[in-house]
Design a protein around this ligand. Sequence first.
Ligand code: TXA
Ligand code: MG
Length: 323
Amino acid sequence: MRFTPTTDPATAAQALADGQLAVIPTETVYGLGAQAEDPVAVARVFAAKGRPVDHPLIVHVRNNAAVQGWVRSVPEYAIALMDELWPGPLTVVLPRSERVADYLTGGQDTVAVRVPGSPVMREVLRALGEIVNDESVGIAAPSANRFGRVSPTTAQHAAEELGEALADGDVVLDAGPCVVGLESTIVDCSGSAPVILRPGKVTAEQIEKLAKIPLADSTNTRAPGTLASHYSPAAKVRLTSIDELAVSIGNQTTGVIAMATVPTPPGVVRISAPHSIEEYAAGLYRALREADSLGLRLVLAVPPEGSGLAEAIRDRLQRAAHE
Ligand code: TXA
Ligand code: MG
């Protein structure tokens, strides 16, 4: 491993200013960041992940004022979303401005922007802005996993995923486990009504209430990267009900993810037993990774019931289970 591990946001900011990559913590998952206007560094992000170049990146900025230069226009309904939900686990897709290069968006006319809430990530953005003397500086960052794999929720997981692809001078910034544990909610605000492209902690109900117009259907919208199969561990993931789980015949190569109230059938390995939906989300990706590190062949997951964050968990489990 040739990267520099650190807990100091200023070290990550300096690396980004120097054209290096930095693994950065956000409240959702860890990202692999490059300064958004550095084409060479951004190309390394795609290469490190093994990600097709037509899968656009999210540009992270410090605050709502900094978003303005990156977008051409913001529809009325999106203003309340941005004011109320940022900084936070929300990404908004808007018509892009001249500032956004083709290499960030895969040539699309829109750009995904996010003002992250993690204090450490915010400090990276502030410090980078100071070094390059531009408060609206952007950090382009996808989740810090190999393409199609499970997103990392700790610095160690990110280093396991991408450490080999990092080089001298690149930095891995450790700020502990991510609080949310699932990627941000993505809302396309480039049309006449908001469309949810990826569910997350920010819920459809919250968005509809703030936007004050009904959400549009997502079926016709191109959401590159939100593929049916995604977030996959090496182990096979199968969704199951509480009743099915009770009669399932597992063995020591079978793992189980379910709320703590659901009993573990004999013989299987319990890899997650959360007490709340929040805990389920925060621990899901860790559990999927643990399945692989234990060499499990099969993970039986009982999806949580309910709306909001539970929906986002079901979305990720379905993609992880998709073959
Ligand atoms: O929580 C998150 O969003 C994390 C942290 C690091 O911010 N980032 C993340 O990035 O999940 P990534 O690249 O793994 O997922 C972003 C998704 C991709 O599916 C991408 O195709 C989609 O957002 N996306 C990016 N720009 C878009 C655009 N202009 N239009 C539609 N979808 C877009
Ligand atoms: Mg990702």
